[in-house]
Design a protein around this ligand. Structure first.
Ligand code: PHE
Length: 341
């Protein structure tokens, strides 16, 4: 058995030296180290030896195996290097390069930047706060009753430590009024989270832009002016806007904001469901109860706030029929926006 082993090693050494490509290496490796190799069968034949001979022979087998392994690795590396060297020689620096695919902005980013620009031009500043919030900033300070349905587990994602993923950017109203004294004039674009099933107009993650203005003598007509200015810059000078009575716990009075349908111009179509109007978000005058919680004197100051849905605006601007398209990141969709901004 010893002789057999030595013979096999010699044979292996010669064959490895003759390997000239990666395939040879693979075959040789299988032949000398694989399951059906002579080496392997010598391992199983060890039981024919006496108990005294066995350890020494086992040792020898291991040594031979290690030797073959290292020879094969060495030869394999040498072959690889030689082939790289060959390729380097044929590299032609005068050949045209590979075309580089340039990235572009996501439609939500494009629209968000446009919204920022519009409000910056009106004298607003941009505020940012946290996606992970506490109940105080998402509900309590926004005057939301303990039994309000939006607090339900079925609607709000709660995380560890009594925190939650904010369901609205209105949290930023509170954060800003905690830290700054009026006059305040901010917008805050950002992500919101609600436990909604994805469908053409819902997504568990979506974006809002919050606006908050607090000063002496702010009235509902300032809210309407701001909305109208925004709509005209964003969608064109012929777009009209309106507000309708609604309810939010943190505004009084509260309203919903509409703009005239940007697809049909108000005459009624599929997009506006024949109503001529498109809903843009919620709004209202800051409820004095909110000012009280934050120690702002509601006898001196008034304010308005609103929250717009960014997906809605992007879908209208880019004629995107289903909100889910905005979150799938299909390259065929994203490529259409290349080069903008
Ligand atoms: N936060 C409200 C929502 O998500 C919208 C809103 C913002 C309403 C500001 C009034 C004032 O529905």
């Amino acid at each position: 058995m010893k002789d057999q082993l030595e013979l096999m090693l010699k044979e292996a050494e010669q064959e490895i030296a003759l390997c000239s490509n990666p395939n040879d290496i693979l075959n040789t490796k299988a032949k000398y180290l694989g399951k059906k190799s002579a080496l392997n069968s010598l391992y199983s034949r060890m039981k024919e030896l006496s108990a005294e001979e066995r350890p020494a022979f086992g040792n020898q087998l291991n040594l031979v195996r290690a030797r073959i392994e290292s020879l094969i690795t060495e030869r394999g590396n040498a072959i690889k290097e030689a082939s790289w060297a060959k390729k380097a020689v044929v590299f032609d620096s005068s050949m045209p390069g590979m075309p580089l695919d340039r990235g572009g902005y996501h439609p939500l980013s494009i629209v968000r930047r446009e919204i920022d620009e519009v409000f910056l031009s009106m004298g607003f500043e941009i505020a940012e706060a946290f996606d992970i919030e506490d109940e105080f900033h998402n509900f309590d300070a926004l005057n939301t009753p303990q039994d309000h349905p939006s607090r339900n587990l079925a609607d709000t994602f709660y995380v560890e430590g009594g925190k939650l993923l904010r369901t609205q950017t209105s949290t930023v109203q509170i954060r800003v009024m905690e830290s700054y004294k009026p006059p305040i004039r901010i917008i805050s674009p950002g992500r919101c989270y609600r436990n909604d099933k994805p469908d053409p107009s819902h997504s568990p993650v979506f974006h809002q832009v919050e606006a908050l203005v607090v000063d002496k003598g702010i009235s509902m007509s300032d809210l309407q002016d701001t909305l109208q200015n925004f709509a005209a810059i964003m969608f064109g000078p012929n777009v009209k806007s309106r507000i309708r009575p609604h309810f939010f716990p943190f505004t009084e009075p509260s309203a919903e904001m509409d703009i005239s349908c940007v697809v049909c111009g108000g005459s009624g179509c599929r997009v506006c469901k024949q109503s001529g109007w498109l809903e843009m978000g919620g709004a209202g005058m800051v409820d004095p109860a909110v000012f009280d919680i934050l120690g702002i004197d509601s006898e001196i100051y008034t304010g308005f706030a609103f929250g717009l849905g960014i997906e809605r605006i992007a879908m209208l601007k880019y004629n995107i029929p289903d909100m889910r398209i905005l979150f799938e990141n299909d390259l065929r969709m994203l490529r259409q926006f290349k080069g903008e901004m």
